[in-house]
Design a protein around this ligand. Sequence first.
Ligand code: GDP
Length: 384
Amino acid sequence: MAENQDHEKQYVGFATLPNQVHRKSVKKGFDFTLMVAGESGLGKSTLVNSLFLTDLYKDRKLLNAEERINQTVEIIKHTVDIEEKGVKLKLTIVDTPGFGDAVNNTECWKPITDYIDQQFEQYFRDESGLNRKNIQDNRVHCCLYFISPFGHGLRPVDVEFMKALHEKVNIVPLIAKADCLIPSEIRKLKERIREEIDKFGIKVYQFPECDSDEDEEFKQQDRELKESAPFAVIGSNTVVEAKGQRVRGRLYPWGIVEVENQAHCDFVKLRNMLIRTHMHDLKDVTCDVHYENYRAQCIQQMTSKLTQDNRIESPIPILPLPTPDTETEKLIKMKDEEVSTICACASWMLELESRESLQGCPIEVVLRLPLLCPPVGSWGGGQG
Ligand code: GDP
C-alpha cells in the first residue's frame, strides 16, 4: 500500500504522452499519397485494387493502339477514405496512364516530375502563408514502379524514369505479373535488377536499419523484406476457391496462383511494408529528405537572385495568387492591428521608463498608473 503511494507520488504523468498523441492522431486521421507508374497493361490498377480492397478504377477508359501512338502522360488522382477499427485513412492514388506507351518516349517522365514538384511548391507556399493550421499535404509519399517481367532486366526507359525521380520521391520497384515467371527466373531477374540499380546509381527507397532492441522475429522479417526487393507481385480482382477457402487469385487450367500466398509472390511483403510497417517512414523520408531538398533549392535560388538583383523578391516561384476571400482579409487585418498595437505599446513603455519621476519604479507599478497611459485609440501616435 505504502509502496503504491510512493509510486503515485513519483508519477508525474508524462508517461501518458504517447496515449495523448495516439488519441489526437486517430481523431485527426491519416493521409497517404501513393503514385503508380509503369507501362500500361502491367497490372497497376489490379494491384492497387488488391492492396486496398477497393475498386478505384470503375470509370477507367482504355485507349486502343491508334489512340496511344501520340498519347501524352496524364496524371489522374483517385481519393478514397478508408476506415479500419476506427482509424481513418485518406488514401490518394496518383495514376500516370500513358507513361511509356507512345512511339516516342523522350522525356515521358516530365509530366510526372512536374507533378511532384508542383505538390512541393504548393506545400512550400502554404507553409509560408498566413493560415498554416489546415495545410493539405498532397506530396507524393511513395512511387510503385512496375517493371516488365518479360525483359532481361531494366529497359532504358525504366533507368531514365527512376533517375529522373529518385531525388524527389521514394521509389519502390516491383516486378509485375510475377506469375509469368518460374521461381528461378524471378531470382535471376531480381539479381539483375539489383545490379543495374547499383550500376546506374539509382537511389531507390532504402528500408531503415532495424533497431537492435527489436525482437528476433521482427529482425528476421526485416531481413527477409530487404532480401526480397525488388518485390515480385501478382494482382487479381477476382476471388477464387483454393483448398476449400475463398482467396484472391488467378485461376489457370493447371492450377491457382494465390495473391496472398507468400510461396507464390511477394504481395504480402509489399502490403505489410507499405501499410503496416513503413508507411510512417515513407512519409518521414518524403518530408525530411525529398521536400527538404526542394526547399533548400528554392531558398538557394532566392538568395542567389537577391545577391544578383540586390532587391527583395519573393522566395517562392510566383503563381497567380487567388484573390483573398473575406475570411483571409479579416485575418490579415487582425494580424496588422495586433502588430501595430504591440509596436505602440512598446514605444509607450519606453517613454514611460525614460520619465524621470518613474525611474527606478518597478514596471508593475508603472503599468498600474492609469492616468499616465494615453487612451487606447491614441496609441501609435508616438507623442504621449
Ligand atoms: P494497368 O494498365 O497497368 O493498370 O493494368 P491492368 O491492371 O488493367 O491489367 C491489365 C491486364 O493484366 C488485365 O487483364 C489484368 O487482369 C491482367 N493482370 C493484372 N495483374 C496481373 C498479374 O499479376 N498477372 C497476370 N498474369 N495478369 C495480370
